[in-house]
Design a protein around this ligand. Structure first.
Ligand SMILES: [Zn+2]
Ligand SMILES: [Zn+2]
Length: 358
């Protein structure tokens, strides 16, 4: 069991870099990543040339600088990362207010794609190709299930995700009061009907069908994006959902798990995710505002009142191991000739730029 790192020092703002600083703070306080960076597991084998930017090396440096003297470490200016911003996140420009979620997504994609392979990482069923320790920490998968309402035929696919991006506003316009409200909405059954009917591979006809997303493969580190920004019609106004959205210090994800539909409530392993960092946003519009973050040190009651934008949870190792036993191979059984319907993946969605000053 790896202990949560003690909080390190702060980061100096380099001009509108609060979106970047707050995400970097949360990442260097992300247990498994912190340990990996602290031990310099990457740079020992890094093949970057003189003067070339390497995100892993830069993050190692960040951990060394900000944790040197614990919380009393002097504020560090992450200049190397700031200067390399356009190389990390396509279209980002130093000095411009950008979206913290989009930045996080770019960094996680880079970390999971370019991280070096580690042998002991448990490879989930159905995942082929290079599989790295960083993938095993950050990547999860949703089960997208479509069931024909006529014959009951089911088709399941897995959609990998690096974070859960949750709508806060329901169809009726009501804002979800809490994280569970938003997640329930995300996992709600929807019906494909009318012009949207589903071509059932068992009946061979267009049928009304039930569609649902559930969590098939829960990751160790789970980040949740609360979609606080709404967008008007082409070029029109955009707004922020400023309402408080409650979130728990321990979030029980088992009720959204695909394993529960197979094993039942009693037999489904619990998934008690522990909150360890939060990115918040202050300000009323998409063009202005300030990001800041909480990492595990401050009083919990203060954190739970915060206007959260990104939430970072960790699933303790023993619970993760129990869940792994129930991961299901997404490939259809050999006996079945049914082709798996490929749902349009809902995650990861195309990055949006709600913070860009135009
Ligand atoms: Zn490197
Ligand atoms: Zn059918």
């Amino acid at each position: 069991m790896v202990a949560q790192p003690e909080a390190g020092g702060g980061l100096a703002n380099l001009g509108n870099t609060c979106f970047m600083n707050s995400v970097l703070q949360c990442l260097v306080h992300t247990q498994l990543l912190h340990r990996y960076l602290e031990k310099r597991q990457h740079s020992a084998k890094c093949r970057r040339r003189q003067g070339e930017f390497c995100l892993f090396c830069a993050l190692e440096d960040l951990v060394q600088r900000t944790f040197a003297q614990g919380p009393r470490s002097p504020a560090f200016a992450p200049r190397a990362i700031a200067n390399a911003l356009p190389a990390i996140a396509k279209g980002f420009r130093l000095g411009r207010q950008e979206d913290a979620h989009e930045f996080l997504r770019y960094v996680l994609e880079k970390l999971t794609k370019e991280g070096s392979a580690v042998v002991e990482a448990a490879r989930p069923p159905g995942v082929t190709g290079k599989y790295t320790a960083l993938q095993s920490w950050f990547s999860g998968a949703l089960r997208s299930q479509i069931q024909c309402c006529h014959c009951g035929h089911e088709s399941n696919t897995q959609d990998p995700f690096l974070d859960l991006s949750l709508e806060l506003r329901a169809v009726g316009g009501r804002v979800a009061p809490d994280l569970d409200g938003a997640m329930t909405q995300f996992c709600q059954e929807e019906f494909l009907d009318g012009a949207n009917k589903y071509k059932c591979e068992a009946c061979g006809k267009l049928r009304r069908a039930r569609k649902q997303f559930l969590v098939e493969r829960p990751p160790r580190h789970l980040s949740v994006h609360l979609k606080r920004f709404s967008f008007g019609e082409a070029g029109g106004g955009s707004g922020k959902i400023s309402a408080h959205v409650a979130f728990p210090a321990t979030w029980q994800l088992a009720r959204y798990s695909a394993a529960r539909t197979r094993l039942g409530v009693e037999q489904t392993p619990p998934l008690p995710y522990q909150l360890y960092a939060v990115v918040c946003h202050d300000g009323g519009s998409t063009h202005s505002g300030h990001y800041y973050c909480y990492v595990k040190l401050v009083r919990e009651a203060d954190v739970l009142r915060a206007p959260a934008y990104l939430l970072f949870y960790l699933l303790p190792q023993q619970h993760h191991e129990a869940a792994i036993a129930h991961w299901r191979d997404p490939r259809p059984a050999a006996a079945s000739s049914a082709r798996t319907y490929r749902a349009r993946p809902r995650l990861p969605s195309a990055p949006r730029r709600p913070w860009a000053v135009r």
